[in-house]
Each structure stands twice: as C-alpha cells, then as structure tokens.
Design a protein around this ligand. Structure first.
Ligand code: FAD
Length: 480
C-alpha cells in the first residue's frame, strides 16, 4: 500500500509499476525484494521507514522518470544522497524514495580548479578525486557523509575559515525540478535559484550533480587533536575561546566535550575517558602553522596531542570511526555569538553528564571566510555567528533512547538562551518542527525562500526536508 501526498493510503496499479521499472536504468526496489531493508536503511538506525518503491537511479533520465511517476501518482517523495541526514528525511513511509547513491562520478578540471560531482558521491570520494590534482573542495569532517545534503544545507568543515562553506564554493548544479524538467543552472542563468540552493536544503528539486570551485590544499596539512581531562574543561574552554578568537583564517578548530569511543583510531588508553579539547586543521605555510598552534599545544598538560603534518585525506577521515552507521542518533544545534564564561559553565555542566561514548558536544568555529559572505548573498544565514554548537548522542541499545534524547534536550534547553537565535539546518533531528526551520533561517530569509519555493515547487512535492512552505502569493519576479 502506498501513501499519497495528502497522507491517504492508496494502491498503485501493477501495470504502472512495471512500466516504471522497465524505463529505469537502475533498479526499482519493492518491499518483497531481498535487498529492500538494506537499501532503505540510512546512517541513523533510529529511522525505520518503509517506502512503497525505491528508485535506485543511475542516470539523470531515471530521476526525471521518478519525479514524473511520483507526480502522476501523487506519491510522497524522499530524496537520498549519502543517507547521513540525522532526521532520516531521505526515507519516506509509503511513498517513492529517489535514491541517488549509485550516481557517484566525479570529474576534476585541474585547469580551472573546478570539480563536477554527481549527487550520490560521498565527501571521501570528492577529496580523493580532487587531491589527485592538489586541490580540495571545502566540505565536512566525516568522509562517509553525502555531498548532496551537506552542500545544500551549507557545509561546515576543516577548510571553511580559509575558503568558505561548501555552499559558498558551489558554482552550478544540474537538477530535475518538480515539473520533471532538467535544468543546468549557475549564477548567470538562475541567480535566484542558486541563492536558494546555497543553504535552502532539498526544497527546490532533485540535484543530479554539483559543480564546485576547488582550491590548492595539501596534500599535507598540519592537523590533529589536543585533549585534556574533563576536570580541566572550564579552564581549557576559557583559554580556547581567547585563542580561537585570534586564529588566522588558515586555522579552523572544532572544540569538543565527549567520552572517547572504543574505536581503533583512538589510542586504547583513552577509550572511555571523558575529555575536553579541540581538533585543528591548518592549511598554509607549515612553519607558520607550527608557530600559530604552539600556544594551544603549550596549554596545560594534554593527555593527547596528535597535531602533526598529515595527509589531508587522512585528517578528513579521522572522525569516521566514532560515528558508525546504524546506531541510534539524535541531535540539536544552535548558533552562538561567543563563548561567554556563563555559557562555558553551562557547556561543562551538561557536557559532564554525557554517558555514551558515541555522544559529543561540538563547537564548530566559524568566522574567517564564512563571515565575509554578505548575509543576503546565500540562504545559509547567521554569518556573524562565532560557533555552530552541535549536541549529539549515539547509542546502540534502543532501551537507552529515552535517556539519551533527554540528555540532548536538557543540554539544548540550557544552551538556547545563549544562542543567536539561528541554527544549522543540517544538524536537525526528525522532531524539529516547522517553527524551528523558520527560526533557523530567520523570518526574512525564510520568506524569501518561501517565495522561491512557490516558483520552483508550488505544490511542495519536495517536502521531506527542513521544509520551506511555498508562499501563498504567486511570486513571478525572481529575487536577485
Ligand atoms: P541524506 O540523508 O541523503 O539527505 C539529507 C537531505 O538532503 C534529504 O532528506 C533531502 O532533503 C536532501 N537531499 C539529499 N540529496 C539530495 C539531492 N540530490 N537533491 C536534492 N535534495 C537532496 N555537516 C556539516 O556541515 N559538516 C560536518 O562536518 C558534518 N558532519 C557530519 C557527520 C556525520 C556522521 C553526519 C551523520 C552528518 C554530518 N553533517 C555535517 C550533517 C550533514 O551535512 C547532513 O547530515 C547532510 O544532510 C548529509 O547529506 P547526505 O546527502 O548524506 O544525507
């Protein structure tokens, strides 16, 4: 039984399903197929949704057919890139899941330092392809994350203070609109749409490939982690906020409070140890980098200092093992203007209550190139925030769900009074409702997004996302 866009149960004609299957180059997966459970599963093991059909697209033509089929049969649609969205919006119940994970081709043009990546590619794929030419596209911090959802929501990572967010380096896309039309777009052809795609998530169509500006990076960077015992958390974070405020653009840091997970990339003597500290990545002159990082390394008596010259691709994968696919995950986020002493106390108080080795509190340091993009130029907002706070828990045993989600929520409630009011849409869980989406973008940007939605997706076909409701007025003049 399928579910239509208005939530009503409906049956799909077998003939229509067979005809759809026949025109697809990729597979059409149904609940009776042996690989159905594997194909519908995503990174967050808490998500257990059952699409009526899964179109595993191989070609743009498959995506066009899939959008057309969903419209003809008025089906709920979800779009899967890398399957790492914690909210699980990549999977629908009863509708059509458009799965792009087999579309992973990447082409790099070393001459003009650009890369075109199909929408199922993962960050690690993009790094490997670009590093072959001494280039990198700023992206995230875990190599198994999909480029699609990450780019469309913003893209915070180790290169952002030097080269901007992933969406700031997006120069064009190929996409299939809600009308089933294929368009190739950039700032010249559809400036309004490009504005929306740089932060507005999957609201405007199914992107089939992304074109990025790349930058000379590595292959060697100065990177690693400095960790202290949790008892030093207050002193460390007070030192850290002053240190980070002086950091050059070449340095991006991500501070953390957590219990170290029992994974091979963590020295065994640290397994289960509760720590405070920061990860760093310095891209630039290595001698200057050593000088810049020295005060951080000199502070206190770290229980780990792994900062060294290392391959950029290795640093990009350094956090992978700590966030294994299939655990249950829940997270909340806020943007922060600064780390005041009161906020630090709050972070430490709630951070100390963490119980899972797969939970963490992260402070992504913004500023630098992120803050130099004008607020009106992208739909990613809150450019003046100093940090993006993520409070995330992961656990194996479903009986822990209540306790773990309570820890995240209590922490989040305590941190909220310190927020700028904005949040990062890519760190939102399944229960962050519509008000939270509006709050995250801010009223002005949300209204502009809603106008754009009314042009590109007036019936809200693409609604399984951090949803922008089409504005009721029929906007005919695209914003510039
Ligand atoms: P999916 O679950 O496949 O997609 C998420 C949503 O994006 C979909 O529901 C859909 O609405 C939309 N979407 C996906 N593909 C398309 C498409 N082709 N066209 C249109 N819409 C599409 N974020 C950061 O910024 N920095 C980080 O360092 C970072 N680290 C992370 C680490 C982990 C372990 C995880 C789980 C997430 C991390 N994130 C990070 C958050 C990440 O940006 C989001 O989870 C993002 O949605 C992942 O994209 P995906 O394609 O893998 O996800």
């Amino acid at each position: 039984m399928a579910v239509s866009q208005n939530g009503a149960a409906r049956s799909l004609p077998e003939k229509a399903i067979s005809e759809f299957d026949a025109v697809l180059s990729g597979d059409l997966i149904r609940p009776e197929n042996a690989d159905y459970d594997q194909v519908r599963s995503v990174w967050n093991g808490m998500i257990d949704r059952r699409p009526a059909l899964i179109a595993r697209c191989k070609l743009v033509a498959d995506v066009i057919e899939a959008v057309g089929f969903a419209k003809r049969h008025s089906l709920v649609v979800s779009v899967r890139g890398g399957g790492h969205g914690v909210s699980g919006n990549a999977v629908c119940d009863g509708g059509l899941m458009i799965d792009l994970s087999q579309m992973t081709t990447i082409r790099v043009d070393a001459q003009d330092a650009t890369a075109r990546a199909d929408a199922g590619a993962l960050l690690g794929d993009l790094d490997r392809a670009t590093q072959t030419f001494g280039l990198a596209v700023p992206a995230g911090t875990v190599s198994e994350t999909g480029i699609a959802g990450l780019t469309l929501g913003g893209g915070l990572g180790w290169l952002m203070r030097k080269y901007g967010l992933t969406c700031d380096n997006l120069i064009g896309v190929d996409m299939v609109t809600a009308d089933g039309e294929f368009i190739r777009t950039d700032d010249e052809t559809h400036p309004d749409l490009m504005w929306g795609l740089r932060g507005g998530g999957g609201n405007f169509g199914v992107v089939t490939s992304f074109r990025y500006q790349a930058h000379p990076v590595g292959p060697t960077v100065l990177a690693g982690f400095v960790l202290h015992p949790i008892g030093q958390a207050n002193e460390f974070l007070r030192f850290y906020q002053e240190y980070a405020a002086q950091a050059p653009d070449e340095l991006t840091t991500i501070a953390v409070i957590r219990i170290m997970p029992p994974v091979p990339t963590v020295p065994s003597e640290l397994h289960g140890v509760q720590v405070v500290g920061t990860g760093v990545c310095y891209v630039g002159d290595l001698d200057e980098g050593h000088r810049v990082l020295q005060p951080l390394r000199n502070f206190g008596k770290p229980i780990l200092d792994s900062i060294r010259t290392t391959q950029f691709v290795d640093h990009q994968a350094a956090l992978d093992a700590g966030v294994p696919a299939g655990l249950h995950y829940y997270e909340k986020s806020e943007n922060l203007p600064a780390l005041s002493p009161e906020l630090i106390e709050t972070l430490v108080e709630h951070g100390e209550r963490v119980t899972s080795p797969y939970a963490f509190v992260g402070l992504f340091q913004l500023g630098g190139a992120v803050s130099r993009v004008a607020e009106r130029d992208t739909s990613y907002t809150n450019r003046d925030a100093a940090y993006s706070l993520i409070i995330s828990s992961g656990w194996k045993d479903p009986s822990e769900t209540d306790d773990q989600t309570k820890w995240v929520r209590a922490f989040w409630n305590a941190a909220k009074p310190f927020s700028t009011g904005g949040a990062y849409i890519n760190f939102m869980s399944h229960d962050d409702g519509q008000d939270r989406v509006v709050e995250s973008y801010g009223q002005h940007t949300y209204r502009r997004l809603a106008d754009l939605k009314s042009i590109y997706d007036p019936t809200n076909l693409f609604r399984l996302n951090q949803n922008i409701k089409p504005s009721p007025r029929t906007a005919t003049t695209p914003h510039t």
